[in-house]
Design a protein around this ligand. Structure first.
Ligand code: SF4
Ligand code: SF4
Length: 152
């Protein structure tokens, strides 16, 4: 996954503050946290930064597809084993007789399910990583044997 330093290298490095932040490095960090949009850096939209803008859009594309918790599923790496589904503490709490024991979901508040052989994230707002009181839970990533789930 792209790092804040890699994003920083693609900014104009002017520290002009037009994005509302004190430095281009702060802007890079905010972009990675999805707190800013690329277009908030107006100098980047100038023709002389066209190549940087193009590259930045490329490297940011996977991050743009992340859920509100920063969860990204790499479908090409998932083989549907279901480890993450039974490990997720929210699935366990909300669906103890369904997804938590490897059966089909019996609750509409599960986060992770396997469908057609690939994991899906249904309710990111239920995730322990969501919101201001978030906990840096990582049970889904820790139990995945193929690194198919990632947080950015
Ligand atoms: S981070 Fe925790 S709560 Fe969120 S989906 Fe993964 S295992 Fe579930
Ligand atoms: S994301 Fe990983 S742990 Fe979850 S079903 Fe896919 S391969 Fe298994």
């Amino acid at each position: 996954m792209v790092s804040a330093m890699e994003i920083y290298q693609l900014t104009p490095k002017l520290n002009c503050k037009k994005c509302g932040l004190p430095t281009c490095m702060a802007f890079a960090v905010a972009l990675l946290a999805r707190e800013k949009q690329i277009e908030d850096c107006t100098p980047l939209l100038e023709p002389k930064y066209e190549a940087k803008l193009k590259k930045l859009r490329e490297v940011m594309a996977p991050v743009a597809g992340a859920t509100e918790t920063g969860l990204i599923i790499h479908e090409d790496r998932c083989y549907g084993c279901g480890n993450c589904v039974v490990a997720c503490p929210v699935n366990v709490a909300n669906d103890p007789k369904g997804s938590a024991i490897g059966l089909g979901p019996k609750s509409d508040k599960v986060i992770l399910i396997v469908e057609d052989g690939v994991v899906k994230c249904l309710n990111p707002k239920e995730c322990r990583r969501f919101g201001p009181n978030r906990i840096l839970c990582n049970l889904c990533t820790a139990t995945c044997p193929s690194k198919a789930i990632e947080f950015v």
